[in-house]
Design a protein. Structure first.
Lengths: 264, 159
């Protein structure tokens, strides 16, 4: 690791102040991506601003038809939450599939979505459920939050504070995990919501995306067979040592069908 | 910077750099070398410790993040001159180790697992799933899985 200045933020204001006064500061949530990145010297921030002590960024609340999760809530807490399991079991299930138990004890929802790794799981749930991201300066829909590979609608110094998920009629997440890292080679999140059917794919492209053709077909008939002929072209998908773009294109169909079967 | 932690029930403090890893602080400054560094890339779990009762990888935490926290390492699970912890005993009885390098991390993960599943029986599939974050290159895991099942039973008084 290159040397940096460690700062523990006591509040959101404190964090912003530390960020603004740093030459090239970075926020740290759980650190499950940042610390390995620092160790590989792939990043050299002047200041690392630890958000771990900010009290009001954690917690899960269910209010009417919405589940709200604080940005610093760790994956293990979402996976184990009786309230989440009852309201949106697919969301608790998704959280239980991230990394391993030790990583789930540290990694947070806010950190995951702010980083927007193409193979992260949470972007699938946010877009699949039509969630809303609350930040220190704005409220933005999940559809508009994830803008590209490791890119989001967050501006310089802006922080995610919480995410609210509308409770769907039914939802399911199916992923083909990388056998070593458990990152999604392809993950499909399918939900029947008040505003219609949503199909979100993570892991396959530069960032999470919806498949409108599948959503349309599923609106006509909510069965795995209804999307049997829908294919996503491999052109813009990720190809790497784990899977070719063509293989990922194939997996999208397989995972989406499995997710629909799980919903129905 | 100066940090202070409660480790295995004892208050300790030391001077660290911002970039000092928690596992470096534990091993090199506190001399508690039971916590191992295997991969140093948060995959193998040999550095697993408990922070505030939760299993975490000490190679992927800054020492500064542990300031003021409550830590338990393998040295804290049983008294140095007393009998082994039932989970350690179970690893010995069930061939849960060969070279032993991964064992401290395995034991810390096993104890966290028992804690997460309080009041339930730990079945083989659950144990295998929850060992996702710990690698062993010797045993092929069968002995470890058996050891954890037996250790969990012994801890619940049903050995």
């Amino acid at each position: 690791m290159y040397a940096f200045e460690y700062k523990k933020a006591a509040s959101l204001d404190d964090a912003k102040q530390a960020f603004d006064s740093a030459d090239d500061g970075t926020y740290m949530a759980g650190g499950m991506t940042l610390i390995p990145t620092l160790k590989q010297r792939l990043a050299s921030p002047s200041d690392v601003i630890d958000l771990g002590s900010i009290a009001d960024l954690g917690g899960i609340t269910v209010d009417g038809d919405t589940v709200t999760i604080g940005a610093m809530t760790c994956h293990a807490d979402v996976a184990a939450s009786a309230e989440v399991k009852k309201a949106i079991p697919a969301l608790a299930h998704l959280a239980s599939l991230i990394g391993d138990p030790q990583v789930r004890n540290r990694g947070t929802i806010g950190g995951s979505i702010a980083n927007n790794d193409p193979a992260a799981d949470y972007p699938g749930a946010l877009v699949g459920l039509g969630a809303t991201v609350h930040t220190t300066t704005k409220t933005v829909s999940a559809d508009e939050f994830f803008t590209g590979m490791f890119e989001t609608a967050l501006d310089e110094g802006e922080l995610v504070t919480k995410v609210s998920f509308p409770i769907p009629e039914s939802a399911a997440y199916q992923k083909f995990p990388n056998p070593a890292s458990r990152y999604a080679v392809v993950g499909a999140f399918v939900a029947k919501t008040k505003d219609g059917i949503r199909v979100a794919i993570t892991g396959a492209g530069p960032t999470v995306f919806r498949v409108p053709e599948m959503e349309l077909a599923l609106t006509a008939s909510f069965t795995p067979e209804a999307i049997a002929d829908n294919t996503v072209p491999a052109d813009n998908l990720n190809g790497d040592l784990h899977a070719t773009a063509e293989y990922r294109a194939h997996l999208i169909g397989v995972m989406a069908k499995r997710a629909v079967a799980d919903c129905a | 910077m100066q940090i202070s932690v409660k480790i295995n029930g004892k208050q300790e403090s030391g001077e660290v750099e911002s970039r000092t890893l928690l596992v470096e602080f534990i091993r090199y400054q506190l001399g508690l070398t039971g916590t191992h560094v295997g991969c140093d890339t948060s995959q193998c779990g040999a550095c697993t410790i408990h922070m505030n009762g939760k299993s975490v990888k000490a190679c992927t935490l800054l020492a500064a993040q542990a300031d003021g926290q409550d830590i338990q390492t393998i040295e804290g699970v049983a008294p140095a001159d007393g009998p082994l912890h039932p989970m350690q005993e179970a690893f010995r009885d069930n061939h849960g180790l060969q070279c032993g390098f991964c064992t401290p991390g395995m034991i810390m993960s096993a104890l966290a697992m028992v804690d997460r599943h309080k009041g339930e029986e730990l079945d083989e599939q659950t144990i295998r799933e929850e060992l996702e974050g710990n690698l062993c290159r010797c045993t092929g895991y069968h002995g470890i899985v058996k050891a954890i099942a037996a250790g969990a039973k012994a801890m619940q008084g049903g050995a």
